[in-house]
Design a protein around this ligand. Structure first.
Ligand code: C2E
Ligand code: CA
Ligand code: CA
Ligand code: CA
Length: 287
């Protein structure tokens, strides 16, 4: 015990405590920096969308794609969405960003369709904060109308945890979106509080199994059992299942034998710029 105490004191004397303090301050400053810069990101054209293909587990055919935000700041460099999305949510900047994402996706859809390319539906992510705007469904519908897009070409992804967050306000919005023709996917399923009891009330089309299950499929037999159960349950409810985060062929094979419909993950391709997705998947040209 004395030895522990001595080590602890030595650590403090060496500045361990001060280091801890500096860490907090630099984290705080970084956040402040990102927050200030994020307000300008749209106007300064720093945001782009990457697209990740979703393919049929049996045939490898393109069945859909997910639009994922990328922020490349001229001096801060690329900032990962895991870092800036939470800040955008906290500050409310996500409202404007969300509209920008949807407009961008509609524009992209139009450009592909007018080039007569066979393009599947595109999924966009909505965060819990966006559902706090009571006019969310109509503002989404407005954007799609202004750009002359067909809502059936758009999948709205909402995470299991944010749909659970405030069911009374989320549920009517989802039903409204569904009535406009949008497809609805529940994201990160199995990760947080389970929405099992509420599932039958949600107007869902697609269920996305959280990548933590997919990545433990081979190493952990319980993850495999859960994954299989989620797939069977979804099919029983008439939903299509997407397994997210598949990284190896072994995982992919396992998903296929479990009758999973669609796979999205590095084993197929990472998220990529629209030009690249167009070349590889819509025109079938592999450079
Ligand atoms: P998400 O919606 O669960 O998106 C899937 C994430 O998994 C993406 O991370 C994707 O790049 C990553 N991923 C795909 N395949 C694999 C794989 O095989 N292995 C691993 N390890 N990861 C894989 P990304 O692009 O960094 O985005 C992180 C999160 O940021 C997203 O998680 C989503 O919650 C949020 N996000 C991204 N774009 C938007 C957006 O436009 N709006 C909102 N509200 N959130 C967004
Ligand atoms: Ca998602
Ligand atoms: Ca996910
Ligand atoms: Ca199929």
């Amino acid at each position: 015990k004395y030895a522990d105490l001595a080590m602890y004191q030595a650590k403090i004397q060496k500045g361990g405590y001060q280091f801890f303090n500096e860490n907090i301050i630099s984290t705080f400053l970084r956040k402040l920096d990102l927050e200030n810069e994020l307000r300008w990101a749209i106007a300064r054209n720093q945001l782009t969308l990457y697209y990740q293909p979703q393919v049929d587990a049996q045939t490898g055919r393109l069945e859909g794609m997910e639009a994922l935000l990328r922020w490349n700041h001229p001096s801060l460099g690329p900032v990962p969405p895991g870092e800036f999305i939470p800040i955008a949510e906290e500050t409310g900047i996500i409202m404007d960003i969300g509209k920008w994402v949807l407009k961008e996706v509609c524009t992209q859809l139009n450009s592909w369709l007018s080039a007569s390319l066979a393009v599947p539906a595109i999924a966009v992510n909505l965060s819990a904060r966006q559902f706090m705007a009571p006019d969310l469904a109509s503002s989404i519908h407005d954007i799609v109308c202004q750009t002359c897009c067909d809502p059936r070409h758009i999948v709205i992804e909402i995470t299991e945890s944010s749909s659970m967050h405030d069911i009374e306000s989320v549920l009517p919005i989802l039903h409204e979106l569904k009535s406009f023709g949008f497809q609805i996917a529940i994201d990160d399923f199995g990760k947080g509080h389970s929405a099992l009891g509420y599932m039958k009330q949600f107007p869902l089309d697609i269920l996305k199994i959280d990548k933590s299950f997919v990545q433990e499929l081979i190493s952990d037999s319980k993850s495999a059992v859960i994954t299989k159960a989620i797939i069977d349950m979804s099919h029983g409810m008439g939903l299509r299942v997407i397994a997210e985060g598949a990284e190896t062929l072994e995982q992919m094979d396992h998903l296929r034998t479990m009758n999973c419909d669609i796979v999205q993950g590095y084993v197929i391709d990472p998220p990529m710029p629209s030009e690249q997705l167009e070349m590889r998947y819509l025109k079938g040209e592999w450079p």
